[in-house]
Design a protein around this ligand. Structure first.
Ligand code: PGA
Length: 255
């Protein structure tokens, strides 16, 4: 049986200059990538055109890190899904925990963005995950279920072929160098999978991939992806410099 494709989504956050974004994208495009990995780069808005140019004629996909749920119009400082599509963006990260914690992104707001993205033909990558306090209180399952319910509430199938993803990212594992342990990851993967079954009609469930995010690097990749595990990873820190990113790509060959 052919091995399934696994996803690597590189979340560059607001960490890179435009020149760094262009250079890193060019390095990824020039690198011999294992056939098993499908790469998506998520640069910050102003770097999108330069990254698009650097990955042109490659199979690398482009994601934005956020989008407005509103149609084009009077909304100063926001970026519309239509504009993103015009820039060649096919996916959008929504509900990242940094936006939830620092910028007031709510469950309901994420749900509106997810629905708008699907309507606009841009595939959402929906982030969910519990904080350290929520895990200490053993509330992680409830938190993730609630976030997913809100995120998927406005979705109306059919999804127009969009390859959607849910990224389970425990907040306490993001940027800390301490990923979740494999047994806890497996437990939360099952929770996300079941929630999709609960919320999405059978013919459309197959449109979803489930990713893990939180301190993923080349050394720990195999604890999270592969047969029976997550369908890919959403990576911040280890995707923001050339050497760790290329090592991570190479690690997909050894799963
Ligand atoms: P990290 O970030 O890989 O640095 O933990 C992941 C993310 O925020 O998506």
């Amino acid at each position: 049986m052919a091995e399934s494709t696994l996803q690597l989504v590189a979340n560059w956050k607001m960490a890179l200059s435009l020149a760094e974004s262009r250079g890193l994208a060019a390095a990824v495009a020039a690198h011999r990538r294992p056939a098993r990995v499908a790469v998506t780069l998520a640069p910050s808005f102003p770097a999108i055109p330069a990254v698009r140019e650097a990955v042109a004629r490659s199979t690398i996909a482009l994601a934005a890190q956020n989008a407005s749920a509103e149609p084009p119009g009077a909304l100063t400082g926001e970026v519309s899904l239509d504009q993103l599509r015009e820039l060649g963006v096919t996916r959008v990260i929504l509900g990242h925990s940094e936006r939830r914690a620092k910028l007031g992104e709510t469950d309901a707001g994420v749900g509106r963005k997810v629905a708008a993205a699907v309507r606009a033909g841009v595939a959402p990558i929906v982030c969910v995950g519990e904080t350290a306090d929520e895990r200490r209180a053993n509330h992680q399952v409830d938190v993730v279920r609630k976030q997913l319910t809100a995120a998927l509430a406005g979705l109306r199938p059919p999804f127009g072929g969009a390859a959607m993803a849910v990224a389970y990212e425990p907040v306490w594992a993001i940027g800390t160098g301490i990923p979740i342990g494999p047994p806890q990851a497996a437990e939360m993967l099952a929770v996300v999978r079941q929630r999709i079954v609960d919320l999405v009609a059978p013919p459309f469930r197959g449109a979803f991939r489930i990713l893990y995010g939180g301190s993923v690097d080349a050394a720990n990749l195999r604890s999270f992806v592969g047969s029976g595990q997550f369908d890919g990873v959403l990576v911040g820190t280890a995707s923001q410099r050339t050497e760790p990113l290329l090592s991570l790509l190479d690690a997909f060959a050894n799963l």
